[in-house]
Write a protein that binds this ligand. Structure first.
Ligand SMILES: CC(C)(COP(=O)(O)OP(=O)(O)OC[C@H]1O[C@@H](n2cnc3c(N)ncnc32)[C@H](O)[C@@H]1OP(=O)(O)O)[C@@H](O)C(=O)NCCC(=O)NCCS
Length: 134
């Protein structure tokens, strides 16, 4: 859990960090589950899945900065598409690196998904992408 939180902390800006409580809920039998990629026993990356969503939503995916560009993110997503009938995710529309990765794994653009509060400047312009497998 500390490794996942640390990768989250260095991978996303403050306003996009999940509260500790959300990660702690992974330890109970709730709808959130994490899949991790390991390199010689250390957590190199993780994906956070929400089974309350239909299709199952990838709430977050990140790889430790030193482990990026070595196929870790692709391996994580590959495992997820092999083990789920359908998946969806939201991605910031300017995160071209992540969008390239999702498209390579067969995700397609569905719609724009604006959320947040424009009055506080926290409006997020994101893309909804899905991968229907079977
Ligand atoms: C997006 C993210 C998860 C990708 O993880 P990653 O482990 O770097 O992904 P991969 O290594 O599989 O692919 C990244 C690139 O490395 C390349 N690559 C993969 N294996 C490689 C290898 N062995 N040698 C050289 N290049 C390689 C891929 O072709 C890909 O190239 P591209 O950027 O031109 O498409 C990672 O950049 C990250 O954590 N970003 C910050 C958090 C984030 O934005 N998450 C997504 C939120 S929606």
């Amino acid at each position: 859990m500390p490794a996942i939180k640390e990768i989250d902390r260095v991978s996303f800006p403050d306003e996009q960090q999940y509260p500790d409580g959300l990660y702690d809920s992974l330890l109970s039998a709730g709808p959130l589950r994490a899949v991790v990629a390991e390199d010689t026993g250390a957590v190199a990356g993780y994906a956070l899945l929400d089974y309350d969503s239909q299709p199952v939503r990838i709430r977050s995916i990140a790889v430790a900065p030193k482990q990026r560009n070595k196929g870790c993110g692709s391996a994580l997503l590959q495992r997820l598409v092999q083990t789920h009938d359908a998946l969806e995710l939201l991605v910031e529309k300017d995160n071209s690196r992540a969008i390239r990765l999702y498209e390579r794994l067969g995700f397609v653009f569905v719609e724009r998904a604006e959320d947040g509060d424009p009055s506080t400047g926290s409006l997020r312009d994101r893309l909804r992408m899905t991968r229907i497998i079977r």
